[in-house]
Design a protein around this ligand. Structure first.
Ligand SMILES: NC(=O)c1ccc[n+]([C@@H]2O[C@H](COP(=O)([O-])OP(=O)(O)OC[C@H]3O[C@@H](n4cnc5c(N)ncnc54)[C@H](OP(=O)(O)O)[C@@H]3O)[C@@H](O)[C@H]2O)c1
Length: 330
């Protein structure tokens, strides 16, 4: 990982989203990054956030931040329906883009985003943090020892007792819904394990307030492999996956956000039960350092955008399947 501390990448954040505080901390902790500017739809909110987070520059519009020639990289934690518009604008302003998940409202938008970033010679990556954790590389090595892979199962849920109708996740016009918010992580885990796209999918969903409130999917792959997942806003916190092969299986019970920053765990179940643990690791710091390293090296890594678009393509097929009640081929 390139971590040039002498010439840190200068970051700006588009909006005072809840998740922006986590990334502000990560940028501050990263060896090769510096948080320079925040933008909000109102100057008051931008100023208040800048003061609280100790950020030097506050802009009262997103466009003003994108016009700041001193910025190298932009983090976009806007509602999903706004990701495409602001990624394209950022790219046209010559900024590298770390855009939150889901990458976009649909895969057509995602393709336009990729093209805009390519044409302007800037990096595009989605904000899936767990793939940057040290544990993920360890798990990838262990997957090779499971025998022939047969099944991946994943779940990501949390429970709303009362639907917060002002939350972006409950608003269809902002790209809400559990598939994009939570299922996106499960689909990414499945693609990560199998390193291939499914051939066909089937899904079912329950809808409330105009969004998919919970969602369950089946994905078929070549060579006798299958995957299933569920996600939703109506079940207590679950964030696990299992990758099962002919010899053994790997279980990670907190893949999206490890329970502790001091160590992260997973198990291999087979003839024995072996627990593996990492040392201290903050996955969002790894993500920022990796992204900043790409910017510093000036060697773009297109695979990050490609996997994000593939995740969107699978989500689109799953959504279509749930809406039409039939198997959808990819
Ligand atoms: N990677 C992760 O671990 C992770 C975790 C949580 C969320 N996320 C993703 O990050 C994004 C933001 O999620 P969040 O929970 O942080 O959202 P949030 O707190 O609701 O923030 C969204 C921000 O977008 C801006 N905005 C612009 N137009 C808006 C509109 N019409 N309605 C609402 N907000 C609008 C607002 O900022 P201003 O008022 O300052 O302009 C608002 O603070 C989503 O894509 C979500 O999926 C990722």
């Amino acid at each position: 990982m390139n971590t040039d501390t002498n010439n840190p990448v200068r970051w700006g954040i588009l909006s005072t989203a809840s998740i922006a505080s986590k990334i502000a901390r990560a940028i501050n902790l990263a060896h090769n990054a510096e948080l320079v500017a925040i933008a909000s739809r109102t100057e008051e909110r931008a100023n208040a956030w800048a003061k609280k987070q100790n950020v030097p520059i506050a802009y009262g519009t997103y466009d003003d931040l994108l016009s700041d020639a001193s910025l190298d990289a932009i983090y976009i934690p806007l509602p999903p329906s706004m990701h495409a518009e602001w990624t394209i604008k950022a790219a046209e302003n010559g900024k590298h883009v770390l855009c939150e998940k889901p990458l976009s409202a649909d895969s057509d938008e995602a393709t336009i985003m990729i093209n805009a970033c390519q044409q302007n010679g800037v990096q595009l990556m989605d904000g899936v943090m767990w793939v940057h954790h040290d544990r993920t590389e360890m798990m990838k090595k262990e997957i090779k020892n499971l025998g022939e892979l047969r099944r991946v199962t994943a779940a990501f849920t949390f429970n709303w007792n009362t639907i917060p109708t002002d939350n972006i996740r409950a608003k269809p016009e902002l790209g809400g819904g559990s598939l994009g918010d939570l299922g996106y992580y499960c689909v990414r885990a499945i693609l990560w394990a199998y390193e291939e796209m499914p051939t066909k999918v089937f899904a079912t969903a329950r809808y409330k307030v105009g969004v998919d409130f919970n969602f369950a999917g089946i994905l078929w792959f070549e060579n006798d492999r299958i995957a299933t997942f569920d996600c939703g806003f109506d079940t207590g916190l679950r964030k696990w996956f299992e990758v099962a092969g002919t010899k053994a299986s790997l279980v990670c019970d907190d893949f999206t956000v490890p329970t502790s920053e001091e160590s992260a765990r997973f198990w291999i179940h087979g003839p024995g039960n072996v627990k593996h643990e990492t040392g201290t690791c903050i996955q969002e710091v790894n993500m920022i350092e990796r992204f900043s390293g790409i910017v510093q090296s000036n060697k773009l890594e297109p695979e990050w955008a490609e996997v994000a678009v593939n995740t969107m393509r699978v989500c689109d097929a799953l959504r279509e399947s749930a809406q039409q009640g039939r198997v959808v081929k990819l």
